[in-house]
Design a protein around this ligand. Structure first.
Ligand code: NAD
Length: 320
């Protein structure tokens, strides 16, 4: 088992990172949690209100590519592991302007790996099911499926995964990769699908749905995902990939309809817009390896988990 005693968490001020920070701080064996985050438009210190009161919590604003800073943190806090979540994460933005995705997701991961190597620090890479590309029904991608990313975002994540694996093969670094499905939960940035749909519904504005809306995603509650990341870090075999998914497939249209029902708004608000280029029609992964080797599985049922999240997000997004 890898030790959680002192963790450097990158991207901890973002959506998944801020949930992971909360779960890590619930652990008695954790002595130090060091968060490194650049605070881009997607990150916010407000996401860490609560955890920031814990004496074990330390926050540093900075870039994962700043190798001097990362080296100082690993040394000062005697880190026993890096959990790497920092990324540019919005597919639409990657299509409009890929450069930042290459900078952070590819070059940034490589820079971080290099410093991890000099300190012999175990490394968890948080990746995505999007690297497998579209999967035809009823197939599911297991961890040995070929990668076939469609967007600049998923291509940048797939590139980072390859660099992580190369670090093991070439230098013997202790690395492990978690490929997670679509998360829903509190503190998700307003630009993402679910917060956008809630925001529009609350204002009785048309809910923008790409193309037919029949694209299928596997939805997982962010707390389940964060638990999967911890399990992968602690128990995952070195250089192995673990799929972290809930096996709960739903179309984007289905998600929009559930939100409208929950907020007592009419389905007539759904508005189909021009499809996103390269839009994958289905993601589906098999998380069996995580069950067998990590004894992890998603536990929060979609129905209750999603309803609660819609209510929570609606409270933060409601018009004044
Ligand atoms: P997010 O956009 O909410 O948060 C990303 C965080 O990284 C932000 O706090 C941002 O300030 C920080 N960051 C960005 N560039 C940085 C840099 N150069 N240096 C330091 N910090 C930087 O993203 P998220 O949704 O929480 O995703 C977290 C990770 O999980 C990402 O690696 C993403 O690819 C992966 N992932 C997300 C999902 C999902 O559904 N959200 C699904 C699968 C995988």
């Amino acid at each position: 088992m890898r030790s959680l005693r002192s963790i450097l968490l990158t991207g901890g001020a973002g959506f998944i990172g801020s949930s992971l920070a909360r779960l890590l701080l619930e652990r008695n064996d954790l002595e130090k949690l060091v968060i490194l985050d650049k605070l881009t438009y997607a990150g916010s210190l407000e996401n860490l209100a609560g955890p920031d009161q814990d004496p074990r919590f330390h926050f540093l604003e900075g870039d994962i590519s700043d190798q001097g800073l990362v080296a100082r943190l690993l040394e000062q806090f005697k880190c026993t592991g890096i959990m790497h979540l920092a990324a540019e994460s919005h597919v639409d933005r990657s299509i409009a302007k890929p450069a930042g995705f290459i900078h952070t997701n590819v070059a940034g991961t490589s820079d971080l790996l290099e410093v991890a190597r000099s300190f012999d620090t175990p490394f968890l890479q948080c990746s995505t099911d999007e690297v497998y590309g579209p999967i035809s029904f009823p197939d599911q991608a297991d961890e040995f499926a070929r990668i076939k990313p469609s967007s600049p975002y998923s291509a940048s994540k797939a590139s980072a995964d390859l660099l992580v694996q190369a670090a093991h093969t070439t230098y013997g670094q202790d690395v492990v990769i978690a490929r997670c499905t679509n998360n829903y939960g509190p503190r998700q940035h307003a630009e993402k699908l679910i917060p956008t749909l809630i925001h529009h519904a609350l204002r009785d504005q048309p809910l923008p749905i790409y193309g037919s809306g029949r694209q299928i995603r596997d939805w997982i509650h962010v707390e389940d995902c964060a638990k999967g990341l911890i399990a992968t870090f602690e128990k995952g075999f070195s250089n192995r990939i673990y799929n972290i998914g809930a096996k709960f497939e739903r179309t984007n249209l289905g998600i929009a309809r559930t939100i409208l029902k929950e907020l007592h708004k009419p389905e007539s608000l759904i508005s189909h817009i021009k499809d996103r280029p390269g839009h994958d029609d289905r993601y589906a992964i098999n998380p069996r390896l995580a069950l067998i080797e990590l004894e992890w599985r998603a536990r929060i049922p979609f129905r209750s988990g999603f309803e609660k999240v819609v209510r929570e997000l609606a409270n933060t997004l409601r018009p004044a």
